[in-house]
Design a protein around this ligand. Structure first.
Ligand SMILES: Cc1ncc(COP(=O)(O)O)c(C=O)c1O
Length: 460
């Protein structure tokens, strides 16, 4: 057993860390030097069992776009489920109450038809969403990717080759794992080929307006076409490299990928599992990047915390799968549909995207200012999803500096800290707070971050 991290003065948190270290495989947990134990959450904050307050700079993992436990969202969610306070408070002698079923496997609910219609209407109303004709629900992001790729591979058994963009993250399971990373990772699926993603061109926000030449990237695609010809089936990419270290490419890159796909009858799949529902500053990233995917994969923020995902796209592609081929216990379960409906209600009735734009300005300025501490060398991002790349400092590698920052932010100034995920791609810290954070919370948390990094820099 790996000894769990323990912090002085955190008896309750330490007990939880100890139990989970003993009773669960370490593989279930990604490494973070804070191993934060969360007792409660509200809005932009988590609270530890010891009562310390942490600004949540992760939104779960880009899930709670609307903040944690938003009251109106919860009212709507309970309303869709038919849950009323009296159901749990009392009720009749039967011990049961009438509400929406929790599992409708091999059956249907009106909630599901409502959710599918509302989601399609929302996607189709967004520029670039015209190919969103049918919804194939799933329960996690990687399953949505798996189902999208199944649909493509079934359209013609002789067309078995998949193109993916290098250093993407699409999940760990099955075909989602096969299109993640790059060719040098072990156990590669022989059907997958990787092309370059423009990382150099967007490795710091200051490079935003530099001219971009898509020709070398198109040449890589043409080379694959020469090699595999009519075996080329589909291409999958992320709007920006998320898990790969927050690289947000010029729109011309994605537009070139799409043009090439259209010219060669290759299905264009956009993995928006972490980008959807406002993260990039638009409802969908395809709108931000001026593209129109054949299939878009949605997840995370789609249910604001209820596990739900979906591959949405061309009906002719979805039709390649027969009865049951994409079914499972949890896909389109009523909780998921209620979560999607409540989240759509919020986005359609509140100006979340406008608030994201206001927060973006504060965060770009606040994060760029961190470079003054010497601990941060690069800042990347858009909307409300950023990556701050750490520098080597003294004898410490940038990876170690990133971990020291995560720990220092967790410990904070005593009462208040900042919850960060463990570093991405070695040395990049994700900053993606809820998009409903107030401007005051944004300013205060950025000031706290600046002072914590300043103090840490003194010590290193
Ligand atoms: C872009 C992207 N695709 C797919 C996934 C996989 O989603 P899940 O962890 O829900 O399987 C993730 C998860 O981080 C992601 O960021």
């Amino acid at each position: 057993m790996i000894q769990p991290i323990q912090f002085t003065g955190e008896d309750r948190s330490n007990a939880t860390r100890q139990t989970l270290a003993e009773k669960e495989p370490v593989a279930l947990r990604t490494f973070t030097p804070s191993q934060a134990v969360l007792a409660k959450s509200a809005g932009a904050f988590h609270f530890t069992p010891e009562g310390r307050r942490l600004y949540d700079f992760s939104s779960g993992v880009l899930v709670a776009n609307l903040g944690h436990n938003p009251r109106r969202w919860m009212q709507r969610f309970c309303g869709y489920m038919g849950w009323k306070p009296e159901h749990v408070a009392g009720g009749d002698a039967s011990g049961y109450f009438e509400a929406i079923t929790l599992s409708a496997y091999n059956a249907m609910t009106e909630l599901e038809s409502n959710a599918v219609e509302r989601l399609l209407r929302n996607l189709q109303a967004s520029p670039g969403g015209s190919r969103c004709e049918q919804v194939m629900w799933a329960a996690s992001g990687s399953e949505a990717i798996q189902k999208a790729l199944w649909a493509c591979l079934h359209r013609d058994e002789d067309r078995d080759m998949i193109v993916a963009t290098r250093h993407g993250f699409h999940g760990k399971k099955g075909l989602a794992g096969a299109v993640t990373g790059c060719e040098t990772d072990s156990d590669r699926d022989p059907r997958v080929r990787f092309i370059s993603f423009p990382m150099q061109e967007c490795d710091d926000l200051s490079k935003g307006n530099d001219p971009f030449d898509p020709a070398p990237y198109r040449a890589e695609l043409d080379a694959l076409l020469r090699e595999y010809g009519s075996r080329m089936n589909c291409l999958i990419t992320e709007p920006y490299l998320g898990g790969g270290g927050s690289y947000h490419p010029p729109a011309a890159y994605h537009q070139m990928l799409q043009d090439w796909c259209r010219a060669n009858d290759v299905v264009f799949i956009l993995d928006e599992v972490q980008a959807n529902f406002g993260r990039t500053g638009k409802m969908y990233a395809f709108e931000k990047y001026g593209i129109e995917p054949d299939i878009v994969c949605l997840g995370k923020g789609l249910g604001n915390g209820v596990p739900v995902s979906a591959a949405v796209g061309r009906a002719d592609l979805m039709a390649t799968l027969k009865y049951g081929e994409a079914s499972d216990t949890w896909s389109a379960n009523p909780l998921a549909c209620a979560g999607v409906l409540a989240t759509l209600d919020e986005f359609e009735s509140e100006n979340i995207i406008g608030q994201t734009a206001r927060l973006n300005e504060l965060f770009v300025n606040g994060l760029m200012r961190l470079k003054e501490t010497g601990l941060i060398s690069k800042v990347r991002g858009e909307g409300m999803v950023f990556g701050i790349e750490c520098a080597d400092v003294g004898g410490l590698s940038s990876h170690d500096v990133a971990n020291r920052i995560v720990e220092a932010c967790y410990l904070g100034n005593g009462d208040t800290g900042i919850h960060l995920l463990g570093p991405l791609a070695g040395n990049v810290i994700r900053v993606s707070p809820p998009m409903t954070m107030t401007q005051r919370e944004a300013t205060d948390s950025l000031n706290l971050l600046q002072s914590l990094l300043g103090d840490l820099a003194q010590k290193l």
